[in-house]
Design a protein around this ligand. Structure first.
Ligand SMILES: [Mg+2]
Length: 255
């Protein structure tokens, strides 16, 4: 089966932390040579498409347009605009997310927001969590960019957006609307951006719980690459199998 469009994860799939995956870079070059549309889809809301673009260009050998990079932060803003939940929001997130939020036309409001948008925020304070908890209990819609609990660093895992989410859920007993993979929200927006019919699209990633379930749960074929989170030894235990599995992207022959 040849696919007409690719949705592709970044970390663990195209590179691993600071380590290059040359076969993944060749894979992207082939997509570009064959003019097959693709979109990088990442749960990381702490970086802008411009920052990702610069990293891909300077640290790897990948040149893409910023429109080919879609983060859970952008998907959250697309969702908020589409659902018309109001324009006043309280954002827990990195500066870049706050800028994207303002650029999309939203207004910061801590006391009586229409919604709380929560992502990974490395500067989060108790007061932020307190204000968010109170707003959610007063009826503000609670939106979370992604539920990755562990954020990988060279020294080990540190709390991710999902860990902060657990704290707010414990305080409010309100479950948030989840935007990032495996949610249908980011996938539907990503498919629209790609402009290819869902049946002709494949989702490529290294993480079964996010990338592969995002495909399986949303009727999109999947390609699991064993270069990141999900290991060969996990495969016998996966509840539903990915459409395709490769050790790395040099094994993908259907381009
Ligand atoms: Mg990944």
């Amino acid at each position: 089966m040849r696919y007409k469009g690719y949705l592709i994860d970044l970390d663990g799939t195209i590179y691993v932390g600071k380590k290059r995956l040359h076969e993944a870079e060749s894979f992207i070059k082939t997509l570009q040579q064959k003019q097959i549309p693709f979109l990088f889809v990442t749960n990381n809301a702490t970086k802008s498409p411009e920052m990702v673009q610069t990293f891909l260009q300077n640290s790897l050998d990948i040149e893409v347009n910023i429109s080919q990079i879609y983060t859970s932060g952008l998907a959250a803003l697309d969702y908020l605009l589409a659902e018309k939940l109001g324009n006043k929001g309280f954002v827990i997130g990195e500066q870049i997310l706050k800028e994207q939020f303002l650029n999309a036309g939203f207004i910061e409001e801590k006391e009586h927001p229409n919604f709380v948008l929560q992502a990974l925020d490395t500067q989060v304070t108790y007061n932020d969590l307190k204000m968010a908890s109170l707003a959610i209990q007063q009826g503000a819609k609670y939106i979370v960019t992604n539920i990755d609990k562990q954020y990988p660093t060279e020294k080990g895992f540190v709390p991710g957006a999902g860990a902060i989410k657990e704290l707010l859920v414990a305080a409010t007993r309100v479950e948030p609307i989840i935007i990032g993979k495996p949610s249908s929200i980011i996938m539907n927006h990503a498919i629209n951006r790609l402009g290819v019919r869902k049946e002709d699209v494949i989702m490529v990633g290294d993480n079964y719980q996010t990338d592969i379930l995002a495909g399986i749960d949303n009727g999109i074929d999947t390609l699991l690459t064993l270069t990141g989170v999900t290991q060969k030894s996990d495969i016998p235990h996966l509840p539903k199998v990915p459409t395709h599995i490769v050790n790395d992207l040099s094994e993908w022959n259907y381009l």
